[in-house]
Design a protein around this ligand. Structure first.
Ligand code: HEC
Length: 148
């Protein structure tokens, strides 16, 4: 082996080691989008579009999306989220209403994107699965949908 290629070989293995450190543990979370229909795929949609208003400081009559346990209490055959049936879920209806509809959510003409709506539809169609174990806290992401 010539000195130059020796050096190159070393540089490559150093780069691989650095890569393993930066992209190693936990990287799968970023490199692969969560499976369609999973809670992981729908969590950012709810955290970006709903939790600002439906968190701990909401009005008492508004459904709470404070954590996965609060969400669980909204899921059932006669509840906001009807597992397997987005077309029967009030939670889903109000998200796909036209902006001008008085009960559209978010209420201020900042409807979730089509991609986000599809994630919600897939999650409810899949039976609105939630992770087992300790409740997962839902926290607002980004600006409140009402802010400009
Ligand atoms: C800017 C604040 C705000 C955001 C963001 C928001 N909501 Fe609401 N939501 C409200 C308010 C206020 C009410 C109570 C409306 C009323 O009583 O007329 C409400 C009521 C609701 C209700 C029950 C009332 C009904 O219309 O039947 C559901 C379900 C709901 N929101 C779901 C959502 C979902 C899902 C999202 C995210 C896509 C969302 N909301 C985002 C403020 C918000």
């Amino acid at each position: 082996m010539k000195p130059a290629s020796l050096f190159l070989g070393k540089a490559v293995s150093v780069a691989a080691a650095v890569g393993a450190i930066i992209f190693g543990p936990g990287c799968a979370e970023f490199s692969q989008p969560p499976a369609a229909g999973s809670f992981a795929s729908v969590r950012p949609v709810i955290e970006s579009n709903c939790v600002h208003c439906h968190g701990t400081n909401r009005f008492a009559h508004m459904p709470a999306f404070t954590d996965s346990a609060a969400l669980a209490s909204l899921i059932g055959p006669d509840k906001w989220i009807v597992p397997g049936h987005p077309e029967r879920s009030r939670f889903f209806h109000i998200v796909i209403y036209a902006d001008a509809h008085p009960t559209a959510m978010p209420p201020t003409g900042h409807a979730p994107s089509d991609a986000d709506i599809e994630k919600l539809r897939a999650w409810i169609s899949a039976g609105a699965p939630l992770p087992k174990g300790a409740p997962i806290l839902l926290q607002p992401r980004g600006k409140a949908p009402r802010s400009t």
